[in-house]
Each structure stands twice: as structure tokens, then as C-alpha cells.
Design a protein around this ligand. Structure first.
Ligand code: ZN
Length: 242
């Protein structure tokens, strides 16, 4: 079985459509969505509707709940807050209901899936480095924890009682004695310096996880963001991947 992990679409329909085509090409059996389908981008409703055709396995991101009022935007910067106000005004009632009902975590066989961190998932903390990962490893029991939220792909490995190591490669063959925290990056707003859409695939048959990068029409998305009256910065950052 092949499972695709996707996250942080943020209303970017062009990136999401390109990733859906890649998922079909990769012949994936199941898709898990790790949160933030809306916020920042110009097509929140269309992205929710596309997600619903793709999978029933989804968790909430902070932007998903903020756009429904379930989560406060006090901790958001002004650009994110403006984008949430815009998104909230665009969302249909049924799509808001869908976002509001997304759970914070999902446990599936050997996977623990969450947008931010496996501990206090509703506090929306970040796992940026091996030290952050060290704290997180003690708070879930499964072999793999799939996360998102930073918009930067990463693989953290814990072998027995040795310190957590960050894999430098974007793919890894899973060892029976190790546990993993994996961030699949962002479909709609990557921030690792590579503007291509990012998602991850776990291939059970060979016990391998690998990252996939997908080109899409960034220029159209920039134009849409500006035409919608969303902050200019949001149009700029998707072309540089920061
Ligand atoms: Zn996000």
C-alpha cells in the first residue's frame, strides 16, 4: 500500500491540482491530509471541495479552525489575520461546518497524524529541529508521527536511547528499531526555499518514505491573490518559496 501525506494547501488550487495529478501518477492507495486547507490563498472553497473528493482522512490546521472562528487569530501576524478575515467572508456555510468538524489528531495503524505537535495539538507549536523533535517523541506511541505546520519538509529519526538525528536526505528507508517524525512540507506555500509544491509518500511494500516536489503555475496563483485583494506579500512569497 502507498499512502500520500499532504498538507498546508492554503487555498492554492493550482498547486493542489498539480499535486492531485502527481498522486494519481504515483498510484497512491490512500491520502491523508495534515491540515490547513485554507488561509492565504484565493480559492478556499474550491480547495475544500477538491479535498473532499480525495480523502476522508483529514486533521485540522490552525488556519482551518481560525477561518471558522473556532480558533482565535490572536497569535497570527497581521498578514495571516487579514487573510483569515478574507477567507472567512468567502467560505460557504457548509464548508465552514466541514472545517469546524475536522479533528486535531488521527491514529491509523503505525501512524500518528497531527498538524502541529503530537503533544498539546491545539496549542499549534512547531517542530523545527532535533531538540523540538526530542520533546515530541515521548508524547506518541506509534512508530511514525506525521506533522506539518512549518511548511518545511523534514525527517527526524530516534534510535533507541540515542539523541534524535535529522536526516539530510528527503527519503528514508525505515529501520525496524527506529521511530520517525516526518514533516511532508507544504502544497500551497512551501517555505524551504523551493517554490515547488511538496508532499510525501510512504510505500509500505519497501518500507520507504520519500518527498515529491511538483511544479505548478505560480504566476497564475500570484495574479489571483492580488486580484482578490489579499496582502501582496502572499503573492510574493510563493514565487520564492519563503
Ligand atoms: Zn500552514
Amino acid at each position: 500500500m502507498k499512502i500520500a501525506f499532504i498538507s498546508d494547501v492554503h487555498g492554492n488550487l493550482e498547486a493542489f491540482t498539480a499535486v492531485c495529478a502527481s498522486i494519481r501518477y504515483e498510484q497512491v492507495d490512500r491520502v491523508v491530509f495534515l491540515g490547513d486547507i485554507v488561509g492565504y490563498g484565493a480559492n478556499p472553497n474550491e480547495c475544500i471541495e477538491l479535498l473532499q473528493t480525495l480523502t476522508g482522512h483529514s486533521v485540522a490546521g490552525n488556519h482551518d479552525w481560525a477561518a471558522t472562528g473556532r480558533q482565535s487569530t490572536d497569535s497570527f501576524n497581521s498578514v495571516a489575520r487579514d487573510a483569515i478575515a478574507w477567507t472567512c467572508a468567502q467560505l460557504s456555510t457548509v464548508n465552514k461546518q466541514f472545517l469546524m468538524e475536522l479533528p486535531l489528531t488521527l491514529e491509523m495503524n503505525e501512524f500518528f497524524c497531527v498538524h502541529a505537535t503530537p503533544y498539546m495539538p491545539g496549542q499549534w507549536r512547531y517542530v523545527y529541529n532535533a531538540l523540538d523533535a526530542e520533546d515530541a517523541f515521548v508524547t506518541f506511541k506509534q512508530r511514525l508521527c506525521l506533522i506539518a505546520h512549518t511548511h518545511c519538509p523534514a525527517i527526524f529519526v530516534k534510535r533507541a536511547d540515542t539523541p534524535v538525528v535529522r536526516e539530510l536526505s528527503s527519503q528514508v528507508t525505515l529501520h525496524p528499531g527506529s521511530r520517525y517524525i516526518i514533516n511532508c512540507g507544504s502544497v500551497g506555500q512551501p517555505r524551504d526555499g523551493d517554490p515547488r509544491a511538496s508532499y510525501g509518500i510512504f510505500d509500505e511494500s519497501c518500507s520507504q518514505y520519500y518527498l515529491v516536489r511538483v511544479d505548478y503555475d505560480v504566476a497564475s496563483v500570484k495574479k489571483k491573490i492580488l486580484q482578490a485583494g489579499l496582502p501582496d506579500f502572499l503573492a510574493h512569497r510563493i514565487s520564492v518559496g519563503r
